[in-house]
Design a protein around this ligand. Structure first.
Ligand code: C2O
Ligand code: CU
Length: 527
């Protein structure tokens, strides 16, 4: 019999000129859709507009298929999933790593400056498209839902990897169906390395461990169960009662008496983790969404909301073989249903493991003694200064209110429109801007005030200010692409729109919120 996770209550380039051209569009007229996805990756099938003037020579050339598959998650019946599967056409085989026994897609490994071609083939029975979460790529490579392709068709991605070393990821982005598609298994990691990271001398190979955290629910037949579709459940977001790590339940990581780099991604639809070590020792954070921090940062605990990444340094050299510890999620308040709410309780919440419940995420067990002493570097990387007063709107930041009206999450009262961009969502290429997000109850009735992880496509940004009720547990240092706003919070971020014109998304990364339209376009205008 399956044993659910138990709530514990307490617990201790060239810049690719041609892309700039193609993605530039020049005018807003383009938003009426002229751009077509490639229906075929052969030269003959390409839209002439997208045929490069100079040949794109990829360092890694792969096909990535989304297709139905099955995985043995539990003893007994295999679980039906959708899964990304890769075939390498050109490049080093060690750059595409399948995770055994997992529904997750392969881990793709690239070096900064390398070029990748991905021939996405959609073989699931509905529309899809892939978004490269956190990667700085041109608009047509970013997986906007307007580029969705139906079953049987392909979309060609070609881009240079320009990001800093870090833990990025990829997942589907069709409008209204991102939640269910990710839930079925479509997601994978995209790791970038660079010289600076190598120089930092962090644990590598089997001491560099990616850990994707997700929650799932299963029926007695071992099949995945998604939300009932009930509106209240959508309003909260899907919450499963099994905590999965790299697609596996009851996960234990065998380790040796040495130091580890743990790369955590919250790939859950809506669950937020309040990460801590079981024994209460502090977490040593070395990286976030956009790569390594300047120097390690200690936290008693740290929130990890959907879409966010955190990298942790864990050193087991002082412990004996047989030692066990675990990474846990501490209980916390989500705000939930607002004060004075008529509905009260936890309607729409998973009853056995609500958001904010405490539980064990996974265990680590020392199984091997090795003599490998590695010390935590004092300096990890250099973070380029981004002075606030260079923002064109330094005195009047752009305002975004996270709002709810008539059981519908929205941003500034607006919901997603495929081609729609409002006047106050247009930014100038080459400018820096301050964006302010407010999760202070924009809904008329303030019925419900929930956490919202806000994600910008195409950019890494800096968090420059945070005010509200929660004062601990954030890692706002370094580069971010997703940032959590707890109820009552207001944050300011600084974004540099230095390159890549065109249309990109910003949205809540609670996937059920996103699917119901808590997502908007922003448009980077060239002149
Ligand atoms: Cu990770 Cu628009 O998403
Ligand atoms: Cu949200």
């Amino acid at each position: 019999m399956k044993k659910r996770a138990m709530a514990t209550g307490t617990a201790g380039g060239n810049g690719r000129r041609r892309f700039l051209k193609l993605a530039g569009y020049g005018a807003l007229g383009l938003m009426t859709g002229g751009f077509r996805p490639l229906l075929d990756h052969s030269a003959a099938g390409q839209n002439p507009e997208t045929i490069p003037q100079t040949e794109f020579v990829p360092d890694l050339d792969i096909s990535l298929m989304a297709r139905p598959d099955e995985v043995a998650v539990f003893p007994g019946n295999p679980t039906q999933v959708w899964r990304y599967h890769a075939i390498i056409h050109k490049g080093d085989k060690n750059r595409v790593i399948e995770i055994p026994r997992s529904y997750l897609g392969p881990v793709i490994k690239m070096r900064q400056g390398e070029k990748i071609r991905i021939r996405f083939k959609n073989s699931i029975p509905e529309e899809s498209i892939i978004h490269w979460h956190g990667l700085h790529v041109p608009a047509i490579m970013d997986g906007h839902p307007r580029y969705v392709i139906p079953k049987g068709q392909s979309y060609l991605y070609e881009f240079e990897v320009r990001n800093r070393a870090g833990t990025y990821w990829y997942h589907p982005h069709p409008h209204g169906r991102t939640g269910p598609q990710v839930y079925r298994g479509l997601a994978g990691l995209f790791l970038v390395s660079d010289e600076e990271e190598r120089a930092a001398g962090l644990p590598d190979d089997e001491h560099d461990v990616p850990l994707v955290l997700q929650d799932r629910s299963f029926d007695p037949d071992n099949q995945l169960v998604y939300t009932s579709g009930h509106r209240m459940e959508q309003m909260t977001g899907f919450l499963g009662d099994w905590i999965m790590v790299n697609g596996m339940p009851d996960f234990t990581l065998p380790v040796s008496t040495s130091a580890y780099r743990l790369r955590l991604l919250n790939g859950s639809n809506s669950r937020i983790y309040k990460l801590a070590w079981q024994d209460g020792s502090p977490l040593t954070i070395i990286g976030t969404d956009g790569g390594l921090l300047e120097r390690p940062a200690d936290r008693r605990y740290a929130f990890l909301s959907p879409g966010e990444r955190l990298e942790i340094w864990a050193d087991f050299s002082e412990h004996p073989v047989g030692f066990e510890t675990s990474l846990i999620s501490l209980p916390f308040e989500t705000g939930g249903m607002g004060r004075g709410m008529m509905m009260g309780g936890r309607i729409g919440q998973n009853q056995s493991l609500p958001n904010g419940a405490g539980f064990t995420i996974f265990r680590m067990k020392i199984t091997k003694h090795v003599k490998k002493n590695q010390t935590l570097p004092k300096m990890l990387s250099e973070i380029r200064p981004l002075p606030q007063d260079e923002a064109v709107n330094f005195y009047s930041p752009r305002q975004f209110y996270l709002t709810m009206r008539q059981m519908q999450w929205s941003i500034n009262g607006r919901v997603f429109e495929m081609e729609g961009v409002a006047d106050d969502e247009i930014v100038q290429l080459g400018s820096k801007e301050i964006w302010e997000f407010n999760n202070t109850g924009g809904g008329m009735m303030q019925m419900m005030n929930l956490p919202h992880p806000i994600h910008l496509h195409g950019k890494q940004f800096r968090v420059i200010e945070r005010s509200g009720v929660v004062h601990e547990g954030y890692v706002d240092e370094g580069w971010k692409d997703t940032v959590l706003l707890m109820p009552g919070e207001r944050i300011r971020i600084l974004v540099d729109f230095e390159d890549y014109p065109g249309m990109f998304l910003y949205h809540c990364h609670n996937l059920e919120h996103e699917d119901m339209g808590m997502m908007r376009n922003y448009f980077v205008r060239e002149s």
